[in-house]
Design a protein around this ligand. Structure first.
Ligand code: SF4
Length: 352
C-alpha cells in the first residue's frame, strides 16, 4: 500500500536515517531530501503502474526497507523467498531490485507478469562462470550423474540441470538424490562446504565447477583478523565463503555457516550481543534494523553488481512502464527456454 508523504517522511527520518544511512556532513540534509522525494515518487508510480518492488538483502538500505517502514520494497528477502514471492504476485509488473539471474527467475516462475531489472549491468560472477554448453559437456563426461545448480545461474544454465537449489535448501536437495555422486555447479566454495558437511555423514561425492562469488571469496584474512580482535563475537558466515576459511574460523570461534535466512534466524535465537558478519555489507543494514540491541562488525565487502541498482534507476524503470522505453529494462526469455528452465526450479520448490 502506498504511504502518504507525511507518513513516509516521519517514518524514514525517525526510524532509519541514523541507523542505516549514517549521513553526516554539509550535504547530508540535501541528500536525505532527495531520497525522500524519490521514495515518494516511486510510491505514487507503483500505484499508478500496478507494480510491486522485490528487493534483495544486498540492496542499499533505501531500497531494501519495506514500504510499511517508509522505504520502497514490497518484499525484502533472499533469492528463494523473492522467487516464491515473484511467482505469487498479483501486480502486473515486478521491479526486481537484485541481479539479472534473480529477475530472470521471477520471470521464469511467473511469465504472466512483466519483470524489470533497473540496470543491465547487474550481473553476477557466479552466474557468468558457466553456461548451458558447459553443463552439457559435464553431462557427457559424467553420464547419468544428476546435476544440481545453485540458483545463481542464468536461464540457459538452469535449463540444462536436473534441479536448482539455494543456499537455504542445498543440503535437503542433495539428500533427495539416491545417487552417491552429484554434480554441483557453479560455486566451488559452496561445493567445498557441502563436501565438508557430507563427508562424515554419507558417502556422497561431489563433482564441482570452478565458479566463485567475487564478494564472498574475499573473506579470508579479514574475518580471521577481526575474530581475533573481537574474541567474544560470534562469526556469521555465508555458504559462499571458501570452505577452508569456514573451517579455520569456526575451529577458533563460536558461530555458524549457512544461508542469509539462516544467518538472520541464528542472530535472532542467539543470546550473544556481538557478531562478525562474513557476508555482503548491506546485509549488516538489515541485521542492524532487525536487532538494534545487538552489535555487528563487518569487513564490509560490497557486491558491485548489486550496487548497480539505485533508487534513481529504480525510479526511472517504474516511470518508463507503459512508455516506448519500457522494453529497455524488461527481462525477456524465449518461451521454449523459459519452459525448460522452469522444470528444475519447480522440482526445487516442490521439495522446499
Ligand atoms: S554477492 Fe556474489 S553471488 Fe551475489 S550477486 Fe554479487 S557476485 Fe553474485
Amino acid at each position: 500500500m502506498p504511504t502518504s508523504k507525511a507518513a513516509i517522511s516521519t517514518n524514514w527520518k525517525s526510524r532509519f536515517t541514523k541507523k542505516y544511512l549514517n549521513m553526516t556532513g554539509e550535504h547530508a540534509g540535501e541528500k536525505l531530501n532527495q531520497i525522500l522525494l524519490r521514495i515518494e515518487e516511486i510510491h505514487e508510480l507503483k500505484l499508478k503502474n500496478d507494480s510491486t518492488i522485490l528487493s534483495h538483502y544486498y540492496m542499499p538500505p533505501e531500497l531494501q526497507i519495506e514500504t510499511e517502514d517508509g522505504g520502497v520494497a514490497d518484499h525484502t528477502g533472499d533469492s528463494l523467498s523473492l522467487s516464491m514471492m515473484g511467482s505469487k504476485t498479483k501486480n502486473k509488473n515486478i521491479i526486481f531490485c537484485g541481479v539479472k539471474f534473480m529477475a530472470e527467475t521471477a520471470h521464469i516462475l511467473n511469465p504472466t507478469r512483466k519483470v524489470f531489472l533497473p540496470s543491465p549491468n547487474a550481473g553476477c560472477t557466479l552466474a557468468e562462470s558457466i553456461n548451458g554448453t558447459d553443463v552439457k559437456m559435464l553431462k557427457l563426461k559424467h553420464p547419468g550423474v544428476p546435476v544440481i545448480a545453485y540458483i545463481n545461474t542464468n536461464a540457459e544454465t538452469k535449463a540444462e540441470c536436473d534441479i536448482i537449489c539455494t543456499s537455504r535448501n542445498a543440503i535437503n536437495i542433495a539428500n533427495s538424490f539416491e545417487s552417491d555422486t552429484l554434480i554441483f555447479v557453479p560455486d566451488k566454495y559452496m561445493g567445498q562446504n557441502l563436501v565438508n558437511l557430507f563427508k562424515n555423514e554419507t558417502n556422497k561425492k561431489f563433482i564441482l565447477w570452478s565458479g566463485s562469488c567475487v564478494v564472498h571469496e574475499n573473506f579470508m584474512e579479514n574475518i580471521s583478523d577481526m575474530s581475533r580482535l573481537q574474541p567474544n563475537a560470534e562469526v556469521l558466515l555465508h555458504w559462499e565463503v571458501p570452505g577452508e576459511t569456514v573451517t579455520n574460523v569456526l575451529n577458533n570461534a563460536k558461530g555458524m555457516v549457512g544461508s542469509t535466512a539462516d544467518i538472520i534466524r541464528y542472530v535472532k535465537e542467539s543470546s550473544s550481543t556481538d557478531f562478525i558478519l562474513g557476508s555482503e555489507c548491506d546485509l549488516g543494514a538489515t541485521l542492524k534494523g532487525k536487532f538494534p540491541e545487538k552489535k555487528f562488525f563487518t569487513p564490509c565487502t560490497y557486491c558491485s553488481f548489486m550496487k548497480e541498482i539505485t533508487l534513481l534507476n529504480t525510479l526511472e524503470t517504474i516511470k518508463n512502464i507503459g512508455t516506448k522505453n519500457e522494453d529497455e529494462r524488461l527481462i525477456t526469455i524465449p518461451e521454449d527456454l523459459r519452459q525448460r528452465a522452469y522444470i528444475p526450479l519447480k522440482r526445487m520448490m516442490d521439495l522446499s
